[in-house]
Every structure is written in structure tokens, then in C-alpha cells.
Design a protein around this ligand. Structure first.
Ligand code: DGY
Length: 317
């Protein structure tokens, strides 16, 4: 009997590919990891019944229209803002994502950016590599203390809560803002967004991207932040208005930013690379070998569950 056709848009882990090849007719290209153009996706998806996509594939109405036989989509990410979920619902196409397996790893990375901005790690590294280090001095690349400071978390979901737990070890006061008040097992105080922005030494964004969170941080919000504060974005490009943030960093209106995601990534507004007070990383918050492996496997688990007529392990509501 012919096996159902599965399109895998990007390179995946070989052991996961093996699991899938045992059950599907898999269309994939392990040789290249170049993102597919929209037209390529349209052409490739047309005969597919299953799709394994990533956060970098835009699965919009045009792509879905080209996939008339599509039965299910598994994305290898927790975020689903790249998928037209309303169109999927209308067509009865279930979608799965990869929550939980990346929570702790992503929280760790949020902390890496908090520490890197506070202690100017990127700048210090460039200084040493550039051969500028001529000796020790009291005022060389001085940063700010994290221990005992105030952390403001915008988005108190699983990752936000994991970040808050780590803050206890740093003796921090933790404020959070969320659509709804979270069930808190750790000491974090709910405040309105304005109070959080005015009070926090470190503001970290962990909200999903949606129409409601589009440009959640723009000129007006940046103006509320302390001039000594750092902004960390591990959420999504588009949650921050990048042009407004760039201007605020250039004017030293806030101290620094740690940015893992950008509005038009992988393209950056050119001014970002000229800034000393920004730590820039290429959307790697969940990128440990173990976690990316777990994300790959969970996507495969969901595809195989659907194929076997079982409920999806992690369906997107
Ligand atoms: C996600 O899972 O949504 C991340 O942004 C990619 O790891």
C-alpha cells in the first residue's frame, strides 16, 4: 500500500528522519538547509498529506490552498505564529507544536542574555579579540549587578515561570505582567505593564506573537524604562518595534538590549550591528543539541500519532 506523503521543509535530525521514513514517503533535502522560497513550498506541498515545518516557514493561506490533500501539520517549535491557524481550523487540519521540551533550555538562554547585557560580555569579547586589552584597570568595561536587582517578565507562561525560578538564586525582586494572573509557586508579583517597565532593571519578553502583542514594546514603552535598564527579547520579532528600539539604544535612552529575535529575521536593521550596547544572537534560545533533538522527536511523535489514528501528543488548540 502506498505510504502517505510527508514534506519535511528543512534538515532534521537523522534518527528522526529514519523514524519517519519507516512510515511515510518523505520528501526532504538533508543536503541543504536553505530556507524554501514561497514558490518552492507551494510546489513541494501540493502532493503532500503531512507537513513537518519549522518556525522559519511561513505557512499562509496560499501555501495551504496549494495543499488540498493536507491532513496534518507538525511544527518543530512551540510558537505557531508562522502558521495560519484559522485557515487550518476551517479546513479541519490539526496542527501540533513542541511545548515543554524547550522550556528550561529557553529560560537558560534568557538568562544568558540577561548576564551578557549586564556584564557587557559581547563588547568585552570583541575588545579582547580586537587586541585592545593592554592591562587591568578599575574602570574597564564595567557593567551592572544582576544580583539583588529587579526583573520584569512580560509573559508568565511556562518559560516565563522558569525564568522567574532562576531569579530566586540571584536574590531578585520579580515582577511580571501577563494577560491573566499566573498561578505562582515562586515569588513573583503581578503588576501592570507600565509599572513593570518603570520599575525593572531587566525587562524580558516571553509572550507569543499575535496581533495583540505586535509592537508591545515601541517608542512609548521604551520611554517608560529606566535609562539604566536592559531589554531582553527571546519571544518573537514583531513583539518589539525594532526601529524604535534601535533609536533608543543609539540615544542611550536605555542601557542595553539582548536580542535573539528580530522583526524581519534573518535580516536586521543595519544599525544594530554598529551598537556596542546590544547583544545579538540568531534565534537560538532553544538551541542545545538535546533540546533541538527533543523538538524533532516530538514533532515526529505527533505525525506518527495522527497516522496511527491516535490523539496528537501536543495539539495546538
Ligand atoms: C520556538 O520553538 O517557537 C522557538 O522560537 C524556536 O525554537
Amino acid at each position: 500500500m502506498a505510504r502517505p506523503r510527508l514534506l519535511v521543509t528543512r534538515r532534521i535530525y537523522p534518527d528522526v528522519l529514519e523514524r519517519l521514513i519507516a512510515h511515510f514517503e518523505v520528501s526532504h533535502n538533508q543536503e541543504s538547509d536553505t530556507p524554501r522560497s514561497k514558490q518552492e513550498l507551494i510546489d513541494l506541498i501540493a502532493p503532500s498529506e503531512y507537513l513537518f515545518c519549522t518556525v522559519a516557514d511561513r505557512i499562509d493561506a496560499d501555501i495551504l490552498a496549494a495543499a488540498q490533500g493536507l491532513k496534518m501539520i507538525a511544527t518543530g517549535a512551540v510558537g505557531t505564529n508562522n502558521i495560519d491557524l484559522a485557515a487550518c481550523r476551517a479546513r479541519g487540519i490539526p496542527v501540533s507544536n513542541t511545548p515543554d521540551v524547550l522550556t528550561e533550555t529557553t529560560a537558560d538562554f534568557g538568562w544568558a542574555l540577561i548576564m551578557a547585557t549586564a556584564r557587557r560580555i559581547g563588547e568585552a569579547e570583541r575588545y579582547v579579540r580586537g587586541g585592545h586589552w593592554k592591562g587591568w584597570s578599575f574602570d574597564q568595561i564595567t557593567g551592572v549587578d544582576v544580583y539583588g536587582s529587579t526583573l520584569g517578565i512580560i509573559g508568565m507562561g511556562r518559560i516565563g515561570a522558569a525564568i522567574a525560578r532562576r531569579a530566586q538564586g540571584f536574590g531578585m525582586q520579580v515582577l511580571y505582567h501577563n494577560r491573566s494572573r499566573a498561578q505562582q509557586e515562586q515569588a513573583a508579583r503581578y503588576v501592570d505593564k507600565e509599572t513593570l517597565l518603570r520599575s525593572a532593571d531587566f525587562v524580558i519578553l516571553v509572550v507569543p506573537y499575535s496581533q495583540e502583542t505586535h509592537h508591545l514594546i515601541a517608542k512609548a514603552e521604551l520611554a517608560l524604562m529606566k535609562p539604566t535598564a536592559c531589554l531582553i527579547n527571546i519571544a518573537r520579532g514583531g513583539v518589539v518595534n525594532d526601529a524604535d528600539l534601535l533609536a533608543a539604544l543609539q540615544a542611550r535612552q536605555i542601557r542595553a538590549a539582548g536580542l535573539d529575535v528580530f522583526e524581519n529575521e534573518p535580516a536586521l536593521l543595519p544599525g544594530f550591528c554598529q551598537l556596542d550596547n546590544a547583544v545579538l544572537t540568531p534565534h537560538i534560545a532553544s538551541a542545545t543539541r538535546a533540546t533541538r533533538g527533543a523538538m524533532n522527536h516530538l514533532a515526529a511523535d505527533n505525525l506518527l500519532a495522527h497516522l496511527a489514528g491516535r490523539p496528537l501528543k501536543t495539539p495546538v488548540a
